[in-house]
Design a protein around this ligand. Structure first.
Ligand SMILES: *Cc1c(COP(=O)(O)O)cnc(C)c1O
Length: 382
């Protein structure tokens, strides 16, 4: 058994990164400034977006985006229940109703078919999730949304480096990227909203900083000029330059990080082909894509071993795991308020009970990977 605990995720931080954060600390300007502006520009360049706004989290970004779209009481927003609860919480906080679309049983992605079943005259937005780093069928979802005049917001928290038919995800819509430490790149905490429409992104930029007019920002420092005035009541969701500088350095390594993730995932896939009852996710057919491999998820589907026991047994063997995600509609607040037709979220529920995220991060060694595989073989043999 391994001596030290292997976490399921760990950011790749170098001495140079630490030095760069130290340089910001020594510079005299540590809050939102030139590194924030640099990160925004570099995210635009990498994702092929017209504009980007960096914030303290993707959740903060989603709050500003939904509010800037005018989502509120009487509106419905379609999103999977198999997602991080932040999206569902924000829809609820703004007084709108989350409507849960089921997912494909094998990929955990929402599809044009599962979304179509949820559309009503009240639907204002659809928020597909590019789950684990795999893009949804965006042509199909876009066609459906256009047909009904509904806005699409892409949850790309797992998808920095995810390409759909040769283009980075989020190229047509507002998209949200997370820089939380378990995502493909990190700024400690942080998030970026990208989009094709600069005017809309300016609304997000206002809301993220007290609702002050964008024109009042000093372009040099990205700070507020003394004459700035409130255009709309806003929040305090800005990203510090200590964080932004780390995000910039990480973004410069995204291709290399994702290549290592792919290598590790390929090893796992090879092994799990031979292990019955440990089922990796399937990959979507019918369109070209690049997988960012943010998560490596298996479904534990064995008669005498449930997922929770599997996770505990791995922990006893010094292997960390994650759960992405426990379905939102099964959690107390939503359980008491959500109407789900019987069998309506069957694939979400089946997966919610069986999924488990295994260790996957660029700095994992081949010994780490072997340790995970051997621990799983050991558990199953018992
Ligand atoms: C991590 C995550 C978010 C939120 O990102 P934060 O930066 O932590 O706010 C949103 N959606 C999904 C699917 C996520 O995994």
């Amino acid at each position: 058994m391994r001596k030290d605990f292997l976490p399921f995720s760990k950011p790749s931080i170098t001495e140079e990164d630490i030095q760069a954060v130290g340089d910001v600390l020594r510079s005299g300007w540590i809050t939102t400034g030139k590194h924030n502006a640099g990160l925004e520009q570099e995210m635009c360049a990498y994702t092929g977006s017209a504009d980007a706004v960096a914030l303290c989290s993707a959740t903060a970004g989603m709050h500003c985006v939904l509010q800037a779209m005018g989502i509120g009481p009487g509106d419905e927003v379609i999103t999977p229940s198999m997602t991080w609860v932040s999206t569902v919480n924000l829809i609820s906080i703004l007084g709108a109703t989350p409507v849960f679309a089921d997912i494909d049983r094998d990929t955990l992605l929402v599809t044009p078919e599962t979304i179509a079943k949820c559309i009503t005259p009240k639907t204002k937005a659809i928020i597909p999730v590019h789950f684990a780093g795999v893009p949804c069928d965006m042509d199909g979802i876009q066609a459906l949304a256009d047909q009904h005049g509904i806005t699409v917001i892409e949850d790309a928290a797992h998808a920095i480096g995810t390409f759909y038919k040769g283009k980075h995800v989020g190229s047509r819509n507002v998209a949200l990227y997370s820089l939380h430490p378990i995502k493909n790149i990190t700024s400690g905490e942080g998030g970026v909203v990208t989009g094709p429409d600069k005017e809309f992104l300016n609304k997000v930029r206002q809301l993220k900083f007290h609702g002050l007019g964008v024109d009042a920002f000093d372009r040099q420092t990205q700070g507020r000029s003394p004459q700035a005035e409130v255009i709309i009541p806003g929040y305090k969701y800005n990203l510090t330059d200590m964080c932004a500088v780390l995000g910039r350095r990480q973004l410069a390594h995204i291709e290399e990080f994702n290549r290592k993730r792919l290598e590790i995932a390929t090893c796992y896939l090879e092994e799990f082909r031979q292990i019955e009852g440990i089922l990796p996710l399937g990959l979507p057919q019918g369109y070209d894509f690049t997988h960012a491999w943010n998560l490596f998820i298996v479904r534990v589907d064995l008669p005498d071993l449930d997922r929770n026991t599997f996770m505990e047994e791995l922990k006893k063997r010094n292997i960390g795991t994650g759960l992405h995600f426990r379905a939102a509609h099964g959690q107390k607040y939503y359980r008491e308020r959500t109407v789900v037709a019987p069998g309506g979220l069957a694939n979400t529920e089946w997966n919610s009970d069986r999924i488990c995220s295994l260790p996957l991060f660029p700095d994992m060694t081949s010994t780490d990977v072997t340790d995970v595989i051997n621990a799983i073989k050991d558990i199953i043999a018992k």
